[in-house]
Design a protein around this ligand. Structure first.
Ligand SMILES: [Zn+2]
Ligand SMILES: [Zn+2]
Length: 291
């Protein structure tokens, strides 16, 4: 427990440090801070699942992510505990959603809503189910969507960690995530110029050719661009001339590996704004890059 508390304090300090360097991002990082801290805490305290993920090697080699092969949301996941922690974190960081989150928390506590119901049947967001649920609670559908996306990110991050060893030896050359099928929120360039894509949902990372577009597979150095901002050479944006998507890319030497990439991604939201003003769209829509 003590170790977990220390690690959570370290995440808190990382956020403070970035705010010191980039005061313009303070409001956004402070809004997401409770969610980031709860996600870290829940993941550290969550027991490993008893279910083993069955990876079908042939399907995997054919580009089918795990989420289309087997169930990634389990009934034994700590749904109630997670849901109450997430509603609390949203309430603290986003005061305009406080009323919605309080109503949702009441329903959860009374056993009138089981968050697992939402994840039981489908891997994709189900708009009809969100609408029906939102009406029943009642809660704003946008607030419910936000809650569900955070819950999905936490469980999928846990599953990606559990699946990592099994899929590590298998080849994957797609621009979408081998675990959950989502597009990346960030790319990290490491030694020898290797580009590692970071999943926007489950935080899994995988190696990808530097000049190829993860979104449309187009590879043409003339139309592919790396833009620098304010001479900050460690923070760039990859842009694709064909599909007009962008991906924020950072240089990360091995000794700077430890920090939480959600914090990094949110702290670069000014680049998202810049690129979107140039007519590019993000490869993955995240809660912090929709303006
Ligand atoms: Zn993923
Ligand atoms: Zn493209």
């Amino acid at each position: 427990m003590g170790k977990n508390n220390n690690e959570i304090s370290a995440v808190n300090r990382d956020i403070d440090q970035i705010i010191e360097q980039k005061p313009y991002i303070a409001a956004m990082l402070d809004a997401f801070r409770p969610i980031i801290l709860e996600k870290n805490r829940l993941l550290r305290e969550m027991a490993d699942s008893r279910t083993t993920l069955a990876v079908d090697e042939v399907k995997y080699r054919g580009g089918i992510p795990l989420i289309r092969q087997c169930r990634l949301f389990f009934p034994e996941d700590p749904w109630q505990e997670m849901a109450l922690a997430v509603t609390g974190a949203i309430r603290t960081g986003f005061p305009h959603l406080a009323g919605d989150m309080e109503r949702l928390a009441e329903q959860l506590k009374g056993g009138l809503v089981d968050p697992y119901d939402y994840f039981r049947s489908s891997a994709d967001p189900d708009e009809n189910q969100i609408k029906a649920w939102a009406e029943k609670i009642p809660i704003d559908p946008g607030a419910l969507r936000f809650f569900i996306s955070i819950m999905a990110r936490i469980i999928l991050t846990k599953r990606a960690r559990e699946a990592a060893a099994a899929i590590a030896p298998l080849p994957w050359d797609k621009g979408y995530c081998p675990v959950c099928g989502s597009f990346p929120m960030l790319a990290v360039t490491r030694e020898k110029g290797q580009k590692w894509l970071q999943c926007s949902q489950c935080s899994h990372e995988w190696l990808f050719p530097r000049l190829r577009c993860p979104s449309c597979d187009h590879e043409n150095p003339q139309e592919t661009n790396y833009q620098y901002v304010d001479n900050e050479k460690n923070e760039q944006a990859f842009t694709c001339g064909k599909c007009r998507k962008y991906l924020i890319t950072i240089n990360r030497p091995a000794n700077l590996e430890k920090s939480d990439l959600d914090i990094t991604a949110i702290s670069l939201a000014h680049l998202d704004l810049l690129l979107q003003n140039q007519g590019f769209t993000p490869m993955a829509v995240c809660a912090w890059n929709t303006f």
